[in-house]
Design a protein around this ligand. Sequence first.
Ligand code: FPP
Length: 237
Amino acid sequence: MDYSSLKIPNHVAIILDGNGRWAKEKGMSRSKGHEEGFNNLKKLSKYILSKGIKVFSVYAFSTENFNRSTEEVDFLMNLFVKGFKKEKNYFNKENIKVVFSGRRENLRKDVLESMDELANLTKNNTGGILNICLNYGGHFEIIDACRKMIKENINPEDIDEELFNKYLYQDLPPIDYLIRTSGEIRVSNFMLWQMSYAEFYFPNTYFPDFNEEEFDKAIIEYTKRDRRFGKIDYDKK
Ligand code: FPP
């Protein structure tokens, strides 16, 4: 779709939800749903970053997701390793810079290696940023930033929003548009600092079906939103 008459957010974030239910409704295993989710993410990131959106953040695995069954956690970790290795040249060719947010502790060595490989390969790319949140928690991100500042003896008076942002996992612009697929209406500890003024959108579609047309619909909706950032336009009222 042509986006020239639409409002383009700078930073879009998606909570990828509904892979399991997508698969269940089709009589397939949850694993198949995650595989489809991964394939969809690959296509969608190229599409989204080709539309003038500069940063695309996704919630791939939360710190709390480690509480799922060992079988599911292992499957997801293997999928990440396999997917990052297989698709690294794709992301590179598309000029996408892939970065990761989250705690490195608790992640397997092969997972960390595949993440580092992908991030290193794409680090000089200029066609937009794909921020993959993996072993990520919003509270932990804020705590980890505070710990780093204290370790570096930062003067408390020097801490402002700009400096704080630099101590987060990635120094990214604020989220303009937060989408959660599958009809769930909550933020689940995702990028709390970055979403302070985000517009929210909660489509019923499961993530594997959240394709280009679904994203177009989301941007049409975003274009209608009146973002005031706490201010009032008295002439309009
Ligand atoms: C939610 O579905 C999705 C996850 C727990 C994360 C896994 C995401 C992917 C495999 C796709 C993207 C991959 C990467 C590498 C970013 P769910 O299991 O919560 O679904 P349900 O709520 O229907 O059970």
